[in-house]
Every structure is written in C-alpha cells, then in structure tokens.
Design a protein around this ligand. Structure first.
Ligand code: ARG
Length: 415
C-alpha cells in the first residue's frame, strides 16, 4: 500500500496539478483537504474535482466557526493590523489550516502533508512552522516550491493529464479569500505605480457606484466581541458575513498595501476587507471610551507585536499565549455600542456609548453642569512646568542653533 499524503486543496490549478504531481513524483496516495473559512465556493464541486484529478479521498471541513472564534475575534480584540494596513485575513487562516492538516494526517494515517505555496511567500512559512509546532514528525511537501514549473508549464502539465484548467486561470491575479478578507496580487498590481483596475474588486463597490445616501450601522460589543448588528443578536460568522455585504455595498474596505514580507521581499497586495475595516474601527472607538489612557497606549504596542506574530507565522508560541492573556484581560470593560456611517468608500465612527464609559460629561463640558474644579489647575501647571522652567532658563535660553534658538531673549531697544 502506498503512503498517504494529506494535501491542502483549494481546487485551483496549482493544487489540482499537485495531486497528480505527488502521485507521480512520490508514488503516494493523495487525500485532499479543503477548508471552508468562509470563501464562497461550491465545495461539492471542489470535492468532485479533487477526485477527478486523482485524489483517493476528498475531505471538506467547515471551519468557519473555529476560524472566527479562535483566530478572527482574538485578533480583533488585539486590534491586530499588520503595518497599519492589513487586517491579516490570509495570515490568520494558515495556523488553523496547519492544525486541521495535522489532525487529518492522524485520522487518515498519513505520514506527510502538503500545501500549494511557492517558495517566495509568507504562507509556506505559516503552514510549515504551524505543522512543525503541532506534529514535528510529519513530513511536509511543497510541490509548487519543488517542481520549478512556470505558469505556462503548469498549464501544459494540466492539459497533458486532463486536469481542468479553470477559466479563472486567464485572470492574472492570485487570490485568497476568507470571511475576514480577500487578498489579491500579481498581474498589473506588481507595478506599484499602476492604480488597481476596477476588475480586481469583487467584494466592494467602487465609490462612484455606491448609494448616494449613507448607511448607519450599530454594533454592540461585549468584552471586546461584537455580538449584535443593528440591535440583532448574531453569531460571529453571520455578523461578519452581513457586515461584509453592507460595508462592501458602500465601497468600504479597499486597501492598497506595499508590504514587507517575512521572506525579505517588498510586495504590493490589494485587500478587500469590509467587515474587518468596520469592526476594527468600531472596536478601537469603544476602547477609546472604556480604557484608560495608559491602557490604550500600552495596548497599541501590544497590537503591533500581535500583528507581527500573526504575519510571521508564530501563532503557536508562548509569546502569543502571553500576549493573548493580556489582551483578554484588557477587554473586561470593552462593552458598549458603536455607531458608524458608511458612505462613498469611507467608514466613520459617529457615536459610541458604554455602561462602563470613562467619559464624564460633567468633567468634559464647557456648559452648565461643569464639575471640574478649575481652581486646581494653576497648582497642577506649576508642578508640571517646574522642570521645564528650570531647564529652559539654565540651558536652552542660550541655544544658538536649531528650532530652539528662537528662545533667545529679545534685546531691549537701545535709546
Ligand atoms: N500578503 C498576504 C499575506 O502574506 C496575503 C498572501 C496571499 N495572497 C494571495 N493573493 N494569494 O498574508
């Protein structure tokens, strides 16, 4: 009996060719594993195709809930956004896929797993570091990294073995989709000077085509997790789905990111992430009203670390465990409602409230009802400015260069 390999299978050209190639090259039986993380697809057609191109078994796992609860929401609570732009949709799905590949290898008695990534991207790293962390004994095969075929050659190979070449192969773009967003690269997008053609966007309308009336959405969060949309209780998967439609309709969530890959390459990726854009903004708006200043400041640093570790394939690490504990703790009072306005490609927070809000009207108001004791301010200013005054008078006043040279005292007029 031949050895078995579990291949992460999308149904696209590369992974379909990989089924055949693995059989030829490694003389193995291939079991395909297709993971549903909310990429709208006809999964029964994907299964059929896997069997047609030679898999001995084709599995599909609905992992949408796992994805949202174990990956997306923790990242949302952390406000994880890579390089200030990318909500990490693709990156978040890879450790989950690594886990399901490793589990399936056990249940199917396979000694190896395989994925369709090339040797130039981040995803190979995320898959393999993940699998190695979970099941270090599993062998990992990366056909598209090994076979050294160009796109043309891959198509020829497919034709030779009667592997259907999808029409989408004519599209020059490489696309990855899940509930948290769509990633698009290659083709003309590889020239960072070229504006992304309208055809790359399928989740978001062009602002020129969006409704002339804004839409308002209200989102309730409980301890950092979105639980209702416009007053309606919803599970995470449905809420994200609905928000993708709503915000996409108003052109919200287009991102053009010139990013730094882990493997040292600068690359340009276009993202569509309507729900992620709205939720991340709403969540931060709620934190602004429920967290103290220093909590927000510290959390912003944590957010950068958190985003980096997701991007860099370090999900299954103790650093992650530790940071997640901090984030979880920080969310105890992140409960309340945020109202946002979606209009012509923009998403703006226009209202927020919380039963545990730290915003005090009495302290903030300039009108009637002011409870702030203004007579305390002179003393505060005296102490706050004390070291400033001492240093200014002893050192800075003599500065002759730079922006502070303007401090030189004006000479009295000679008469
Ligand atoms: N650049 C993104 C990342 O590394 C997405 C990678 C996959 N992109 C794609 N178009 N297939 O997470």
């Amino acid at each position: 009996m031949a050895d078995k390999v579990v291949l992460a299978y999308s149904g696209g050209l590369d992974t379909s060719v990989a089924v055949r190639w693995l059989k030829e090259k490694y003389k193995v039986d291939v079991i395909t594993l297709t993971i549903d993380v909310g990429n709208e697809k006809d999964f029964s057609a994907v299964r059929q195709k896997a069997l047609k191109v030679g898999a001995i078994k084709a599995l599909v796992i609905d992992a949408k809930e796992l994805f949202v609860n174990y990956f997306v929401f923790p990242a949302l609570m952390a406000d994880a956004i890579y390089e200030g732009q990318y909500p990490l949709a693709t990156a978040l799905s890879r450790p989950l896929m690594a886990k399901l590949l490793a589990d399936t290898a056990v249940t199917e008695g396979a000694a190896a797993v395989a994925h369709g990534c090339t040797g130039k991207g981040n995803d190979q790293v995320r898959f393999e570091v993940g699998v190695n962390a979970l099941s270090p004994k599993l062998k990992i095969i990366a056909p598209a990294r090994e076979w050294g075929m160009t796109r043309e050659e891959t198509i020829k190979y497919a034709q030779r073995y009667d592997i259907p070449v999808p029409i989408t192969v004519k599209s020059p773009y490489s696309i990855d989709e899940n509930l948290w967003g769509k990633s698009i690269e290659c083709g003309v997008l590889e020239d960072p000077w070229v504006e992304p053609p309208e055809e790359v966007f399928t989740w978001t309308k062009s602002p020129a085509e969006t409704p002339d009336q804004p839409a308002y959405v209200e989102i309730d969060f409980e301890k950092g997790i979105p639980v209702t949309l416009d007053g309606k209780k919803m599970d995470g998967v449905s809420l994200i789905r609905r928000l993708n439609e709503l915000a996409g309709e108003h052109g919200v969530g287009r991102i053009d990111h010139l990013e730094n890959r882990l493997v040292g390459i600068k690359s340009r990726e276009i993202y569509e992430a309507p729900a992620a854009t709205v939720l991340l903004q709403a969540h931060q708006a709620l934190e602004a009203i429920t967290l103290a200043k220093d909590q927000v400041r510290f959390k912003q640093k944590v957010a950068i670390e958190y985003a980096d570790l997701i991007y860099n394939g370090l999900w299954f690490t103790a650093l992650h465990h530790d940071l997640a504990a901090y984030v979880q703790s920080s969310q105890r009072y992140v409960t309340g409602t945020v109202r946002l306005k979606l209009f012509k490609g923009a998403c703006r927070v226009v209202g927020r409230k919380s039963p545990v809000s730290l915003y005090s009207f009495g302290l903030a108001t300039y009108d009637k009802g002011d409870v702030f004791d203004q007579s305390a301010s002179p003393g505060f200013i005296h102490i706050w400015g004390l070291p400033v005054k001492v240093q200014a008078q002893t050192q800075l006043i003599g500065e002759t260069e730079g922006p502070l040279s303007i401090m030189a005292p004006k000479k009295p007029k000679e008469s």
